[in-house]
Design a protein around this ligand. Structure first.
Ligand code: SF4
Length: 162
């Protein structure tokens, strides 16, 4: 069995994003990996019981997923509701699934406070980006899973072929 890849559900066309949309990544490699049975799909936030649609959330005060895991930062919705516990549970679920299914890699959509790995938003809900991981991406990396953003699929193709 070739190495499995954990993949964001919204990248696979599932309408699970906060705004009720999907963000499908159309690429021949996705079809190939799917046919090979290598893809393990999860929406971490939905696995933690969050609803669709839901208010947008960002990691507060310019912090990152690593800070949330360390207990020094919070995840807050636009409404002001604190959803840190849900985001931590989401990350735990993703790590547990990656372990159970033998995922060595993860392909996650960028920009999300859960799945982002190249950038996230800065907590001001003003569209300002900053470098950093979301909570799930940070937890997967800490667990030894190699995380690639949707923009890095070519790099994952090379890596997983080695
Ligand atoms: Fe997509 Fe991840 Fe957000 Fe779920 S948690 S909607 S998989 S970006």
């Amino acid at each position: 069995m070739q190495d499995r890849i954990l993949v964001s559900a919204c990248l696979m066309g599932q309408a699970v994003r906060y705004d009720g949309q999907a963000k499908p990544l159309l690429h021949p490699a996705i079809e190939r990996w799917r046919a090979e049975g290598r893809l393990v799909t999860i929406c971490p936030e939905m696995s933690a019981g969050m609803q669709v649609p839901r208010p947008p959330a960002e990691i507060a005060n310019g912090a990152t997923g690593k800070d949330v895991l360390a207990g020094t930062a919070r995840v807050v919705e636009l409404t002001g509701a604190d959803v840190t516990e849900e985001f931590l549970r989401a990350a735990e679920n993703a790590v547990a699934l990656a372990r159970q299914t033998g995922c060595r890699y993860a392909l996650l959509i960028d920009g999300s406070p859960s799945c982002g790995s190249g950038f996230i938003y800065d907590g001001t809900f003003s569209g300002r980006r900053q470098t950093g991981n979301g909570v799930t991406a940070a937890a997967l990396k800490a667990a030894g899973v190699e995380v690639f953003s949707d923009r890095e699929i070519e790099r994952l193709i090379d890596r997983s072929a080695q």
